[in-house]
Design a binder for this molecule. Structure first.
Ligand code: ZN
Length: 96
């Protein structure tokens, strides 16, 4: 009986933890992010969270704009769209 209670306590702790994560997850640029004390963590794989309730950090994928998930091999996701086309440098004539 005591064993069962501690099992349930553990399970409850896990659920509370997941709820906390769920509350802080934000969906942006095709991925999840967690903002903690003004610091943005992520990107986290949407597939792994939606399916497994696991926060899997995505890894850069050959291109600075694209990230992919090492666990589910979620195909490249465009995380930083602004990095896909670098701003054209303004030509500033120094003299005429
Ligand atoms: Zn994944």
């Amino acid at each position: 009986m005591q064993k069962r209670i501690s099992e349930l306590e553990k399970e409850n702790e896990d659920l509370v933890e997941k709820l906390k994560i769920k509350d802080s997850l934000e969906f942006e640029n095709n991925a999840y992010w967690i903002t903690k004390e003004d610091k943005k963590e992520g990107p986290f794989c949407t597939c792994c969270w939606d399916d497994d309730k696991k926060t899997i950090r995505m890894q850069p994928n050959n291109h600075p704009a694209y990230y992919s998930c090492p666990k589910c091999e979620n195909k490249s996701v465009k995380i930083y769209p602004e990095r896909s086309c670098p701003p054209v440098k303004q030509f500033k004539p120094t003299h005429y």
